[in-house]
Design a protein around this ligand. Structure first.
Ligand code: ZN
Length: 241
């Protein structure tokens, strides 16, 4: 079974479509999505409709919960709050009902999935050895998949805990040690590579591969500027920050 793991699409339709084109060409058996479907970006309803149809597993992220009103919007500052408020005004009933049905964590054969982490499925950022160690201590799953930080990352818990950023093409053999992997963000990468980030897992061969996909960044930027959403949301996409 080959699975494409996506996270943090953030209403970036052009990034999502580019990744799905590679997935469709690559003969995958399923898509798992780790949350933050909406927020920041210009196309929430379109992205929700696609993932509702395509994703076998779909988690809720903190941005999805804020847009639904399940978390107060004052949890966000600045441009995140502005984009969440705008998303609330345009979200259609179908997208709202779909987001409302999602949970921030799930289990699958061979893996557990969280938007944040096992410590806090909604809010915890796994970016340090300490947070990774306590996340892995809270579950016995051989593979823990998390999103939320927008940074592609691999952490392994063998004789010692070891974690590194995972650039395009990083390949890891699974099953030797317990691992925590973050695919990075499809729609708003923050690790200095503006290409859409995702993760391929082949459960038959036992290998995971970090992938990056080019997409027309300028089209998403144009849509954001047309909507008068904060300029930083458009500008950052060119740099992957
Ligand atoms: Zn996010």
């Amino acid at each position: 079974m080959r699975i494409a793991v996506l996270s943090d699409v953030h209403s970036n339709l052009h990034a999502l479509e580019a990744v799905l084109a590679e997935i469709d060409a690559g003969g995958f058996d399923g898509i798992w999505f780790l949350g933050d479907l909406v927020g920041y970006g210009p196309k929430p309803n379109e992205c929700a409709a696609i993932l509702q149809e395509r994703a076998a597993i779909c988690l809720a992220g903190n941005h999805d919960l804020v847009v639904l009103g399940k978390i107060p919007i004052d949890a966000f500052a600045g441009e995140a709050a502005a984009a969440a408020r705008w998303t609330q005004t345009v979200l259609d009933e179908s997208a709202r009902a779909f987001l409302d049905s999602l949970q921030p964590q799930a289990a699958a054969p061979g893996a557990e999935l969280f938007h944040g982490s096992p410590r806090d499925p909604v809010w915890d950022y796994v970016l340090s050895d300490e947070s990774a160690a306590s996340a892995l201590a809270l579950t016995e799953a051989p593979l823990v998949l998390v999103g939320h930080s927008h940074v592609a990352l691999e952490i392994s818990n063998g004789e010692e805990l070891r974690g590194e950023p995972a650039p395009d093409g990083t390949r890891l053999e699974l099953g030797l040690t317990r691992r925590l992997l973050n695919p990075g963000s499809v729609g708003q990468p923050r690790d200095g590579d503006p290409r859409a980030a995702w993760l391929e897992i082949d459960f038959e061969t036992g290998w995971a591969t970090f992938r990056r996909t080019n997409y027309p960044v300028e089209r998403t930027q144009h849509e954001l500027r047309e909507l008068n959403l904060p300029e930083v949301l458009a500008a950052r996409l060119a740099y992957g920050i």
